[in-house]
Design a protein around this ligand. Structure first.
Ligand SMILES: Cc1cc2nc3c(=O)[nH]c(=O)nc-3n(C[C@H](O)[C@H](O)[C@H](O)COP(=O)(O)OP(=O)(O)OC[C@H]3O[C@@H](n4cnc5c(N)ncnc54)[C@H](O)[C@@H]3O)c2cc1C
Ligand code: FES
Length: 289
């Protein structure tokens, strides 16, 4: 069975969504998990969060931000085209704790992987407070969808073009200063944002879960590419995570390691036009789940 792209839709500037046929992955998917995808036989393997799944239709939903070669190639694919390999679901599912008040914070693209977690937290009976942040109004997506899963909802933009002007930490700081009882914080977004939120919640001793995005290659704990330091331990985000205790993560090391292949990534992207992959791979019949 090939992984046909059933639906493709633009969501925000440089961000689009794809629903892809992957019945075995959809069957097993739980909140917090991801896949490793290879678009075609010369493609690199990239990790992408499963942001929703439909077990009956046998589809998974991905939300992709165009940042380099492979995400650009994906943007060129259309409904009816196929993806060569989808490997997963990978990673440990989110631990949905006891009922209480949780704050879910998504920065930029982070709103997408936060969606299945928020859905599971609400379903488990938690009171959910959601804070979404983006650079600008045109980077915001899924406001209605996320609001529907939230008892209290806040939006911030860096430039003030929508919602409150400033960073996602501002509404959280206000809630904390007002004395709102918060049992747990979930935060997904850029490394500097997860670091700032974790520093803030550490002061208030509020357990904080972050979802890390290191470079991944095999996704099985073999290559060591996704190595992160958590407390005094070395962890592999693909098998031990991607979620970790934000108060223990070495964010500066993660940031440095993410820059490691910048030159290679720029080279690959600059050669994309030469290769100009056409993404008509409907003949493949090798689902690897
Ligand atoms: C667990 C996990 C879940 C993710 N979920 C999503 C998601 O839902 N949507 C989304 O758009 N992106 C997600 N990412 C990031 C995504 O994998 C990268 O944006 C993608 O690999 C970029 O590839 P590229 O060829 O387009 O860009 P490149 O030019 O190759 O890279 C651009 C930047 O992306 C990062 N990156 C590159 N290769 C990898 C790799 N193999 N593994 C991890 N990061 C890499 C690096 O920071 C790099 O600087 C996730 C990453 C992880 C680890
Ligand atoms: S991606 Fe290779 S060890 Fe995690």
């Amino acid at each position: 069975m090939s992984h046909t792209i059933i639906k493709k839709q633009g969501l925000a500037r440089n961000i689009f969504m794809m629903e892809i046929k992957a019945p075995l992955v959809a069957q097993k998917h739980q909140a917090g998990q991801f896949i490793i995808l290879r678009l075609h036989d010369k493609g690199e393997r990239i990790p992408l969060s499963i942001v929703d799944s439909d077990k009956e239709q046998g589809t998974i939903t991905l939300v992709i931000q165009v940042v380099g070669k492979t995400t650009k190639e994906m943007e060129r694919c259309n409904e009816g085209d196929s993806v060569l390999d989808i490997f997963g679901p990978l990673g440990k599912p989110t631990l949905i704790h006891e009922k209480g008040t949780v704050v879910a914070i998504g920065g930029g693209l982070g709103a997408a992987p936060l969606h299945p977690i928020l859905k599971a937290l609400k379903k488990a009976g938690n009171r959910t407070i959601t804070i979404l942040g983006a650079q600008s109004k045109e980077n915001i997506f899924w406001e209605v969808k996320m609001k529907a899963l939230s008892h209290d909802f806040h939006i911030t933009t860096d430039d003030g073009s929508y919602g409150e002007k400033g960073l996602v930490s501002a509404p959280l700081q206000r809630l904390l200063q007002e004395g709102t009882k918060i049992d747990r914080v979930y935060c997904i977004g850029p490394v500097f944002m997860m670091k700032a939120i974790s520093n803030l919640t550490k002061e208030y001793k509020i357990p904080t879960i972050v979802s890390l995005n290191p470079i991944m290659v095999d996704g099985t704990g073999m290559c060591g590419g996704c190595r992160v330091t958590v407390g005094n331990d070395t962890k592999f985000a693909c098998v031990d995570g991607p979620e970790f205790d934000g108060h223990q993560v070495d964010f500066d090391e993660l940031h440095k390691r993410l820059q490691f292949y910048t030159k290679h990534e720029e080279f690959a992207e600059s050669h994309l036009e030469k290769e100009r992959h056409q993404c008509k791979l409907g003949d493949f019949n090798n689902e690897k789940e």
